[in-house]
Design a protein around this ligand. Structure first.
Ligand code: R7I
Ligand code: MG
Ligand code: MG
Length: 315
């Protein structure tokens, strides 16, 4: 398999592995107890949550439509909705409204009137980095559009751009210091902009930067309390073991499945699927389907790479 093919698979399997292995640690006592009962398939595999489900929906919709078709994607999200996947409450209301035929713009405000600033748009956004857009500006635009179905708030959309952007930089093997410089681009929220600048300082600082990042950038369900933490963790553990990344992200509780899914996707983009431990991959629900999707997305990315290479050849 090409390096890029392995990296594309790394994003998808890293995301799913983070999700399924983080899910048992997510939320309060009641949520964790419930997951003990519904967290496995009949054949004993680990079920994924909304994080992977919406990522699969996004990937399949991109492949079926040959790009982003917001209407198609919104219907796909709605059709896949199932309470037992642990969707956020705002997203659940939006998806049920979409299923009843409510128009996207109206449905997107059913959960929160100003639009959601939860991390649900961000958690699926690594998939967008696996599509051969013309350039980064198009990736930015598509990140906002794909998030807007459930996340009308600008911060919800910034989160999607942050994760899509960080994943695309991972595929290019960009170093941490350059990642932080790049990630300030295109953000609408001053708070997130300030967090990214602060993250660069913390990353290069003394003491225990990872512990400081968890303290400062959070472990919650909002974009503001999760996205920078997840990217930080992926960069911090980039040359370390995937299992240690997951262990770190469950150490504080909170939104563990989503932190781990987002960080897992970026880590997988750098290191590739071949660096993910088999014992963490084997129990994942529908793993061969995830691999099939990854192969199809990778084919499009490799194709683009060879076309671009061909264009720059001297004639
Ligand atoms: O963002 P979203 O899809 O949630 C994703 C999270 C992930 O952890 C998944 O694993 C799943 O567990 O849920 O769902 P939303 O309900 O839109 O947003 C998530 C949370 O962010 C909400 O439950 C609120 O706590 C908070 N939130 C808001 N609170 C007040 N006002 C988001 N937007 C608002 C708001 O406008
Ligand atoms: Mg989830
Ligand atoms: Mg979550």
């Amino acid at each position: 398999m090409s390096d890029l093919g392995d990296q594309v698979k790394g994003v998808i399997l890293g995301l799913a592995a983070g999700d399924v292995h983080g899910a048992p640690f997510e939320g309060d006592f009641a949520a964790r107890t419930l997951w003990k009962f519904i967290g496995k398939t009949r054949s004993g595999e680990r079920r994924w949550t909304d994080d992977t489900q919406m990522s699969v929906d996004l990937a399949e919709s991109l492949l079926e439509c040959g790009g982003l078709d917001v209407e198609h994607l919104s219907q796909r999200f709605a059709a896949s909705y199932a309470w037992s996947r642990g969707y956020g409450p705002g997203a659940a209301k939006t998806l049920k409204a979409l299923k009843r035929g409510v128009p996207i713009k109206e449905a997107a405000r059913r959960g929160f009137p100003d639009g959601s600033w939860g991390n649900g748009g961000a958690m699926r956004a690594p998939i967008l980095a696996l599509w051969p857009w013309e350039n980064q500006r198009e990736l930015l635009r598509r990140s906002h559009e794909s998030a807007s179905i459930t996340h009308a708030h600008p911060e919800g959309q910034d989160g999607a751009w942050l994760l899509a952007h960080a994943t695309s930089l991972a595929l290019e093997h960009v170093d941490a210091s350059a990642v932080w410089l790049a990630l300030v681009e295109g953000l609408q929220s001053d708070a997130l902009h300030a967090q990214v600048i602060r993250a660069a300082e913390v990353f290069g600082g003394q003491g225990d930067p990872m512990a400081r990042a968890l303290d400062e950038f959070g472990t919650g369900m909002s974009v503001r309390t999760s996205c920078v933490t997840a990217i930080f963790a992926a960069l911090w553990f980039r040359d370390r073991a995937f299992g240690d990344l997951l262990k770190c992200l469950r150490s504080r509780g909170g939104d563990v499945d989503t932190l781990s899914a987002m960080a897992g996707a970026v880590w997988g983009g750098y290191r590739g699927a071949s660096a993910l431990p088999q014992k963490l991959l084997e129990p994942i629900e529908q793993r061969t389907h995830l691999e099939f999707i990854a192969d199809r997305l990778a084919a499009g990315m490799v194709n683009r790479q060879s076309h671009r290479g061909a264009r720059t050849e001297p004639t």
